[in-house]
Design a protein around this ligand. Structure first.
Ligand SMILES: NC(=O)c1ccc[n+]([C@@H]2O[C@H](COP(=O)([O-])OP(=O)(O)OC[C@H]3O[C@@H](n4cnc5c(N)ncnc54)[C@H](O)[C@@H]3O)[C@@H](O)[C@H]2O)c1
Length: 430
């Protein structure tokens, strides 16, 4: 296969995971030829890692576009609220994209991106990494082979672990829908609404209802006398959510917490961390963090063919993970992603006698686990493997998620948020 050329726009956590494929694939398949990021540390770090020429490192997207650098695709891994602006500029400049989810935060922008991509004839893949994870990919194959018949019901949940939830959604960069453009459902579970649509491929979502609230991480639950920041709080030694404990004693989520300090994370000293937590969002009281997103939400969906789906997400759980239970006309599938296996139950009516068979399908050996790719059940590496082949014109895997494929999953999220806020059932327009 020829070596493809790509540019990275947004050289943060996700962007570098995808572009590391240029160094980690079995054979050289990808070369990163340009990096764009206004954050100097990220720009320098990524440019050096990928061996990008100095003149092809940009702090401004317009400068990159003006230079008309030839690329097979651009990875747009900027933050949620920047996707619309950056994607539209790149589409209008004629670049194919690997675009991070969520595509954008509202329906008008979503459809504008879809229209612009069609007009310009550019190809866009959306990073729904779970479609590539062997767990879901194998489930999709089992459904396609007709082993559970037609889907009647889909139950799913996602539990977000305490420290991930605190760092990202209570204190961190996704803690406010107003600032980030994404609520909890869009930022965390647009993967799950996408899976609901992909696995139930025969029919389109029609009606959505949703409940949810922010009820745990609110001021009234703060212990008496709690201060604005944890460092001088009288409860810092006993509070389950103390930032001093998570960030100084355990240093969990270091890559995110210390990232904006203006120097490589590994060079930040303990004293600098202590100072940072005295005034930065990551040091705030979890009950008074200024965030506005929900900490629990349920979503119900009815499809045109009458099949139904429910999704429950909860933030701040003891154990992080995703669970799925599908009921079909001829069988069922049930399992936890993290267990790397699922149960397949099949119904048989042989000679007028009803029987069930059960097998456990182990997918652990299908995961390419190269440390950083272990996340998302092996989906990160598999996404890049499939995407490179897609842009090289070598065919489409079943997991390939083009912009159009991701629209319904996003529409479910927008409808669910409308339902949660208005208390009404929302119909998805065709
Ligand atoms: N697919 C997944 O499973 C998954 C998982 C986590 C996050 N995400 C999504 O990935 C995206 C990136 O998240 P992250 O954690 O890597 O964020 P990040 O903050 O680590 O990286 C974003 C980078 O974009 C840069 N940037 C800002 N404005 C820019 C511009 N105009 N042009 C170029 N670069 C710009 C920032 O300086 C930063 O370095 C988000 O949309 C997030 O929701 C997806």
């Amino acid at each position: 296969m020829k070596v493809l050329k790509a540019a990275l726009v947004g050289a943060g956590n996700r962007g570098q995971i995808y572009c590391d494929y240029s160094m980690d694939s079995e054979e050289k398949e990808l070369e990163i030829v340009a990096v764009v990021d206004p954050f100097k540390v990220a720009l320098e770090q990524a440019s050096e890692k990928y061996g990008v020429k100095k003149e092809n490192g940009f702090s401004d997207l317009d400068e990159f576009i003006a230079k008309k650098i030839e690329c097979d695709f651009v990875v747009d891994a900027t933050m949620d609220e920047q996707h619309y602006e950056t994607a539209m500029k790149l589409i209008n400049a004629g670049y194919n994209l690997i675009l991070e989810k969520p595509i954008t935060g509202n329906k008008d922008e979503l459809l504008a991106i879809e229209r612009a991509a069609k007009e310009k004839g550019v190809k866009i893949l959306v990073c729904h990494v779970l479609r590539y994870a062997p767990f879901y990919r194998t489930i999709k194959n089992v459904i396609n082979e007709g082993k559970i018949g037609k889907i009647i019901s889909m139950e799913m949940n996602e539990h977000v672990g305490k420290y991930h939830f605190l760092d990202s959604y209570v204190r961190g960069k996704w803690n406010s829908e107003a600032r980030c453009g994404s609520g909890f459902l869009l930022a965390k579970c647009c993967h799950d609404t996408d899976l609901i649509c992909w696995l139930n491929g025969e029919s389109a979502p029609e009606k959505v209802s949703s409940f949810g609230s922010r009820s745990l991480f609110v001021s009234k639950n703060a212990p008496e006398g709690a201060t604005e920041y944890c460092y001088n709080c009288p409860h810092t030694k006993t509070c389950m959510y103390s930032a001093q404990k998570t960030h100084l004693e355990q240093d969990l989520m270091a890559f995110q917490t210390w990232r904006d300090m203006g120097k490589p994370v590994e060079t930040v000293t303990k004293e600098e961390k202590e100072e940072w937590l005295k005034h930065n969002t990551y040091g705030k009281c979890a009950y008074n963090s200024g965030g506005d997103i929900v900490d629990r939400q349920s979503v119900s969906v009815e499809f045109e063919n009458g099949s139904i789906a429910t999704l429950t997400m909860v933030g701040g759980c003891s154990k992080a993970g995703r669970w799925i239970h599908l009921v079909g006309t001829e069988g069922e599938i049930e399992g936890f992603v993290e267990e790397k296996k699922f149960r397949l139950i099949r119904f048989h009516w042989d000679d007028g006698k009803y029987e069930e068979s059960e097998e456990t399908i182990d997918i652990s050996k299908l995961i390419v686990d190269k440390g950083k790719y272990g996340g998302h059940g092996g989906g990160d590496y598999a996404l890049m493997y499939d995407a490179v082949r897609f842009f090289a014109g070598e065919g489409e895997s079943a997991s390939i998620t083009k912009l159009d494929d991701s629209i319904n999953g996003h529409l479910i999220v927008y409808a669910a948020e409308e339902s949660r806020k208005t208390g009404k059932i929302v119909e998805i327009e065709k």
